[in-house]
Design a protein around this ligand. Structure first.
Ligand code: NAD
Ligand code: UDP
Length: 386
């Protein structure tokens, strides 16, 4: 049976130029496109480890529909040609790990603004559609965070719910370099919006709210640098796998809403296949029902990991650390992130499905299966004497 869009029209196979296809989100999006659609993917990245299972062996049912191009978009003359060959470009490439924002602010700003500029320009000049990945971090802090702690207004959604077309973007001062990422993302959003308004660029901007699941980031010392600091999911998984305490930054009081990567990918596929409904839109993509403090996340992950690994949890599973100690000078934090879902509901009729418990159980089962043995071996290996 022919696949149809939300308005009942047949979906024509298309070619997608996916930049950053080898990362966490890209790997899941490629998997979905290969397994469930007839679309072709030109997959661009400097790494391919997370999509190797889609590229080899050549007998895979989708071989011929996915082509990997190892390139760095900072300096590669093939970029414009690849964008021209495609009907749609999806840009996921970015430095997007908070530990980098205050320690490598220049790289962060270049990656999220300067390196994205040619992509926008080539799409605009060649009349190609663009889906650009921004971030929920463009909202920064909530209005409510500036109210007194005991103010009843803090309970009013008007002071914390994040709306694409109404909420302000509130960042800290310039020496709080944490905001280098959010600010670069905001500026590229504004540029894309202006290209749409002045030059007719067909664009969609995605603001992910803490998408998590298998293949997110890396486990330090196993498939990433031993001194590296990934995002919170991998930090906590790493500690659980090593039977170490989970570090709570500044008391773990910040709040996040986590969404299962597979739910979020459904939303992206709807955007890809319904251009009439997605063009010109900025979409929050998150799960407002899955809100927890970081402390609660640590408690849930500890409990679930104990179930999955069949090992008792540590007596004191968490430890408090200051943000200065953990991230260094210039760190700051978003206090609370709840997405308003009105626009994505109206345009795409999409809603997330998976509860926080279920998505953590699925993810920790994967982490345990993938890493537990490697960590045991790494820990038991004798340290070389100097
Ligand atoms: P990721 O780090 O796993 O993936 C990014 C990929 O881009 C990596 O594979 C990296 O190698 C590639 N890349 C970076 N610079 C490149 C360059 N110059 N040339 C070629 N490839 C390059 O991150 P992710 O979680 O998959 O995020 C993808 C996008 O979504 C990013 O733009 C990020 O800012 C945004 N985002 C993600 C989340 C989330 O919850 N995961 C939240 C907010 C925003
Ligand atoms: N965090 C923490 N311990 C860690 C890693 C992160 O308490 O080991 C906190 C971090 O300070 C932030 C939240 O967890 O409040 C989410 O951090 P993440 O790196 O996932 O990215 P963010 O949601 O801030 O973009």
């Amino acid at each position: 049976m022919a696949r149809v869009d939300l308005d009942g029209k047949p979906i024509e196979p298309m070619t997608i130029c996916m930049i950053g296809a080898g990362g966490f989100i890209g790997s899941h999006l490629c998997e979905k496109l290969m397994a469930e659609t007839p679309h072709r993917v030109l997959a661009l990245d400097v790494y391919s480890d997370k999509i190797r299972h889609l590229l080899e062996p050549e007998s895979l049912p989708w071989a011929g529909r996915i082509q990997f191009h190892r390139l760095n978009i900072k300096h590669d003359s093939r970029l414009e040609g690849l964008i021209k060959m495609a009907d749609l470009t999806i840009n996921l490439a970015a430095i997007c790990t908070p530990a980098d924002y205050n320690t490598r602010p220049l790289d962060t700003i270049y990656s999220n603004f300067i390196d994205a500029l040619p992509v926008v320009k080539y799409c605009s000049e060649n009349n190609k559609r663009l889906i650009h990945f921004s971030t929920c971090e463009v909202y920064g802090k909530t209005i409510g965070s500036f109210l007194p702690k005991d103010s009843p207004l803090r309970e009013d959604p008007a002071y914390y719910l994040l709306k694409e077309d109404a909420s302000p973007c509130i960042f800290g001062s310039i020496e709080k370099q944490r905001w280098s990422y959010a600010c670069a993302k905001q500026l590229i959003e504004r540029l894309i919006y202006a290209e749409g308004a002045e030059n007719g660029l067909e664009f969609t901007i995605v603001r992910p709210f803490n998408w998590i699941g298998p293949r997110m980031d890396f486990i330090p010392g196993i498939d990433g640098p031993s001194e590296g600091v990934p995002r919170v999911l991998a930090c906590f998984s790493n500690a659980l796998l090593r039977r170490e305490q989970l570090k709570l930054v500044d008391g773990g009081q910040s709040q996040r809403t986590f969404i299962y990567i597979k739910d979020a990918i459904e939303a992206v596929l709807l955007m890809i296949e319904n251009p009439q409904r997605a063009n010109g839109q900025i979409f929050n993509v998150g799960n407002p029902n899955n809100e927890v403090t970081v402390r609660q996340l640590a408690e849930m992950m500890t409990q679930i990991y104990s179930k999955v690994s069949e090992e008792a949890a540590l007596d004191v599973p968490t430890i408090d650390v200051s943000s200065k100690e953990f991230y260094g000078e210039g760190y700051d934090d978003s206090d609370k992130r709840i997405p308003d879902m009105t626009i994505i509901n109206r345009q795409l009729g999409w809603n997330p499905k998976t509860s926080l418990w279920d998505l953590l159980e699925a993810t920790l089962t994967y982490q345990h299966r993938t890493y537990a043995e490697a960590i045991k071996k790494a820990v038991s290996r004798p340290v070389a004497s100097s």
